[in-house]
Design a binder for this molecule. Structure first.
Ligand code: ME8
Length: 559
């Protein structure tokens, strides 16, 4: 992920700038956790490099204006209240956010107007008229071909706007005819196509890249970028024309710039030392077009470097249905965190939601399953290997380095564990570089489970295994280091191998479950200065005075 030759440019990552029209749901937490995983991984990989991690709330526009009105509140007071919930979510999620931006801030307001003037000076803005189907919920226009009429209403424009919905999102649309400003999006079709053809990994997963390239193969319509202030007063006025308010998406996308201090007057105007351009932008699939077409077009018009990568994740459903307030199936992230603990929720979001391709279903039974899995894998393994019986049999051997030399042939019971641990850092880094979050966790989990391929399991061990259900867990079961029959050399080596497995996994798990990984590394007495990625190589550091009897999870599964 660290880009060679970028010098001191911070690693810059963003989440969507969330609409505070209601309290956050699990989808918001998902975007936030995925971004946090990459932010933390960047720090793990290069502790000396600053990380800028921007999230925040997108407070202008008709959607918010309407939601505030429904509550009988002024939009700003309404946003003050709801934005707090999103701020609280970043805290609850232990997200390493550096900037929580709000589009109602003055600095952002100035940045948006500056950007508008630059676009205008460049000849990219003109006054025109626009007609189309506007969705307040999606805050965008749709064409006739993108809407569906409900029931038997005639589709004749303004007659009954209530009767039409966006075919893609199902949101209500209104036929709207108005004078507004337009951005010459059409001028950027070819440059954008060339950009995405040249950068085949700029949009991930690849399917989205293919779709964007396909939609850039035909002409692009110019984009309507203002609304009459008579319709939309809650927003940033067009400079020198108070009759028009800047389109909320132009306003919101500019947050990625304004949060870094754009227009960067102080730092020779390049923005590099502030982080520009983003290394990675995390978004949901619903807002791909805005980030993959409109935003890069604006940046090209401003002659600014484009973000390097866009990760567009799929959605969480509940009972296989889209979450919706009217159905009443909206999953509450705060409740999940309070009930299951933050790291269990993060683990579930990353392991199941970290494949990004298909929508996934949120359920408390899956949450429960993941809670048990992680408790057994980490908590119980730790408790078992640090038990007094094993400690006594290992006879106080804590200097582990020389012991690994003893495991050279593949019939040794600890061989498979050590091979898995030795290969782990490379596997995890290559997955993270390819944005494969779930695969990175799977690799760590496989090492913790550890199937010793070269060792034939005896029937005794198989019986134990079925009790234990968890496989570095399997090494324990297989060698029974607590048993007086097991030779003490084996006990010492198996204990060393498992502690090394826990140390390396603890380091690598930090981006995903920072709280529990930190507790594990504390219990293993790994100093803070030895928790970065370079120490995830086997044998680069060793555990210290391991503390016995620590329960890393509240509800360890008995084994
Ligand atoms: O779209 N599953 O804000 P927003 C997973 N303000 N993620 C989901 C989800 C679901 N069911 N539903 C939403 C906006 N999300 C704009 C963004 S950016 C300059 C402006 C996630 O609050 C997903 O990442 O409606 C989506 O893109 C994001 O929440 C924002 O939702």
């Amino acid at each position: 992920i660290a880009q060679i030759g970028e010098g001191l440019k911070p690693y810059y990552i963003t989440t969507p700038i969330f609409y505070p029209n209601s309290v956050p749901h699990i989808g918001h937490l998902h975007s936030l956790v995925v971004a946090d995983i990459f932010a933390r991984y960047a720090k793990l990989e290069n502790p000396g490099r600053p990380v800028r991690f921007v999230t925040g709330t997108d407070e202008h526009g008709l959607k918010i204006q309407k939601a505030a009105r429904e509550k009988g509140m002024e939009p700003l007071a309404f946003c003050e209240e709801l934005s707090q919930h999103f701020h609280e979510l970043t805290r609850k999620a232990n997200a390493s956010v550096t900037d929580f931006a709000r589009t109602s801030e003055q600095q952002h307001h100035d940045a948006v107007q500056h950007l508008w003037r630059r676009l205008d000076q460049g000849g990219y803005i003109y006054k025109g008229s626009h007609e189309g189907w506007y969705s307040v919920s999606d805050e965008c226009f749709y064409t006739n071909g993108q809407v569906t009429k409900l029931e038997n209403q005639p589709q004749t424009g303004s007659e009954d706007s209530e009767a039409y919905i966006s075919s893609e999102t199902g949101s209500r649309v209104e036929w709207t005819q108005e004078e507004n400003y337009k951005f010459r999006l059409s001028a950027f079709q070819e440059p954008l196509l060339a950009h995405f053809n040249e950068h085949s990994t700029a949009i991930f997963p690849a399917q989205h890249h293919t779709n964007i390239v396909a939609s850039l193969s035909g002409p692009l319509d110019d984009l309507s970028v203002s609304r009459p202030s008579s319709r939309l007063s809650w927003g940033i006025p067009v400079p020198n024309d108070a009759d028009h308010t800047i389109y909320v998406w132009i306003d919101a996308l500019t947050t990625y710039l304004s949060a870094t201090g754009y227009p960067w007057r102080a730092a020779n105007g390049s923005g590099i030392s502030s982080g520009w351009p983003p290394n990675l932008q995390i978004i949901g699939k619903d807002i791909l077009r805005f980030h993959a077409i409109y935003f890069p077009a604006m940046l090209l018009a401003l002659d600014l470097p484009l973000p390097k990568q866009l990760l567009s994740h799929s959605h969480w459903t509940v009972d296989q249905r889209k979450m919706s307030k009217s159905i009443g199936n909206v999953a509450d992230p705060i409740q999940a965190i309070d009930e299951y603990g933050l790291d269990v929720v993060r683990y579930y979001l990353a392991r199941v939601g970290g494949r990004f391709k298909d929508d996934v279903d949120w359920s408390t039974s899956q949450l429960e399953k993941h809670s048990k899995e992680i408790t057994s894998l980490l908590g119980n393994l730790y408790l078992r290997i640090t038990s007094q019986k094993i400690e006594a049999r290992a006879n106080g051997h804590t200097s582990l380095s020389s012991l690994f030399g003893a495991v050279t042939d593949d019939t040794h019971p600890a061989f498979a564990t050590l091979s898995a641990v030795g290969a782990l850092k490379t596997k995890v880094s290559s997955n993270m570089e390819n944005l494969l979050v779930a695969d990175a966790i799977d690799a760590i989990i496989a090492a913790l489970q550890e199937v010793p391929s070269a060792v034939t399991l005896s029937s005794v061990y198989l019986a134990d295994f079925s009790l234990c259900s968890i496989k570095a867990n399997l090494l324990m079961t297989q060698t029974a280091p607590w048993s007086p029959k097991t030779p003490s050399e084996t006990v010492v080596i198996v204990r060393a191998a498992i502690l090394e497995c826990l140390r390396v996994c603890g380091i690598l798990l930090q981006p995903f479950i920072p709280g529990k990984a930190g507790e594990l590394l504390d219990a293993l007495d790994v100093p803070n200065s030895r928790r970065s990625l370079e120490y995830a190589e086997m044998g680069t550091a060793f555990v210290g005075n391991v503390k016995p009897g620590i329960r890393l999870f509240d509800k360890p599964v008995s084994s």
